[in-house]
Design a protein around this ligand. Sequence first.
Ligand SMILES: [Zn+2]
Length: 138
Amino acid sequence: MIANWAREWEEKVASRLEQITREPGGCRPWDVEAVRRTKALPVYSDLSGFIVLSLTGELLFYDTESEAIRPLDDPLWKRVALVSLVEKYPEFRQILPSPPPEAIACEGCSGSGRAMNGRVLCGGCGGFGWIEEKQDAA
Ligand SMILES: [Zn+2]
C-alpha cells in the first residue's frame, strides 16, 4: 500500500473511476478497458500492460497479454507509478513523498526527474528527482 494512504485518496480514486465509467468517450479507450478489467485507476501504460491504483491504495500491474493482475513490487516502478499518477490526475499531488533528510539529487537527471529532453521519466530516480543513498546499497 502507498505509505500515506488515507480515506481521502480512496474517494479521489472512486471519483475518477466513476468519471471514466460514466464518460468513457472522454478517455483513452485502453484506459476504459483497464478500468473495466481491474476496477482500478490506470496510471501508466506501455506495451506490456498497465499500472493501476486500487481503491485500497495498492499499485498493481495488469498484464494485457496474460490478463494477470499482480502487485507492483519494484521500488523504481512504484516511483514511476506515483509520478505518472500525479501527472495524469493532479489532485493526487500531495501523495508524493517528500525527500527524506538523507536524500540526494539524482545525478541521472540533475534533480528534474526526467530524461531524454523531458520526454520520459528518469530511470535512475523514477521521476522523483532524488534518491536515498542507502537505497543503492540494499
Ligand atoms: Zn533522476
